[in-house]
Ligand binder design. Sequence first.
Ligand code: UDP
Length: 436
Amino acid sequence: MSRRSTPHNTRRLAVLSTHTSPLARAGTTKAGGMNVYVADLSRQLAHIGWEVDIFTRRDRADAPDIEQLAHGARLFHIDAGPRVSLPPIEIAAHVAQFTEQVDQIAQDEPAYDLVHSHYWVSGLSGIELARRWQTPHTVMFHTLGAVKEVFQQPEPSFRIAGERRVVACADALIAATPHERAFLIGQYGADASRVHVVPCGIDLDSFHPADADASRRRINAALPELGVMDGPGILFVGRLEQAKGAELLVAALPMIASRPEAQLWIVGGDERDEPERQRLRELARETGVEPRVRFASAASRALLPDLYRAADVCAVPSAYESFGLVAVEAMASATPSVATRVGGLASTIAHGKTGLLVGDRSPDAFAHAINQLLGDAALRTRMGEAAAADVAVYAWNNVAHSILDVYERLLSGREGSPSREPCCPDAIESLLVAAS
Ligand code: UDP
């Protein structure tokens, strides 16, 4: 079969985002930081001149075969398993089929120079495709099963086994923080020389300081349900799942005495999350703060910068965040965050300088920190300005070039040492059989 040709010197990247599409609506069920990251990084690399093809499992019948994400970046929807949304652990059972389909498409395309997999399910496919195509394989996990277990969220042992296999076989692992790198080495036995820390990127052309009053007016027009003109705003942005902690903020609200008129804006989720919103409303009713808790479903990327600027404080009471894009997006918009001292949040926020970190994940502790910021406008301004001045390191231009450095090192053969654990196809095969 003849391969399509490509201009000389153009690098070609296959991106695997098997379990979720980069175009899925961020802030709903299983779509969040990883989706935003894959879409943004792919656009950046395409802008730099790479040809990027992203492969995701088709999770709805009407998804087209190919979508153009940007000039030079395409998204392929691959048939593997039923054309409905499935939990990642069930998707693992369709990884072999996914892998075959991607390989078949690749036969008609110019060869890929490198495979970059996101999340462990993609990593399983990536191992096999990189072996067939004889290309280096880079992996970013975004979340790790063993980390979730530390936070009392049991994960299937099959996931951990799959992650271990991906760690052993990948040529390079990208960790978003030094903490994640240490975890990969300490808990997963990763070879330290293959784990590179590159933070997540933020679109600083969108997320930047600007007139907060104008932002409030625009948000008031676009999301009237938030009632942003009714008082200072404490903003929660994220998926409405327990680990994100919206409930904790509802419980903290009656204790926020410095500005008793403060509102809690809970932004995220879609119609599937109505039961969770009802539960949060009920909780607010019990403590008499229901009128001050406002909801809006997941906001578009275009609205988010205004939303952060309209808020006085952004609260991120998560049980864990491997990076925590929301806090950094808020920082870039000059809105200080109050966040749990965990994972990525502990390294992106400088406590007392660009935001406040809370060690005790309780309503009292969050109320205390939010009170401190809401009650002191000068402190808020100072921290907001310091936060916005601290985010240059997350500019996509820098981040994309750091990722390219990792790729180029692999491509020039300086890494991917032959002494690494041999990645026996049988081992992958047995994992895939176990999965299905
Ligand atoms: N997000 C969004 N609209 C929403 C809620 C969230 O676009 O209504 C985006 C948010 O801006 C961020 C991502 O979803 O870029 C969430 O990433 P984060 O790392 O904070 O959390 P994750 O979802 O990955 O756990």
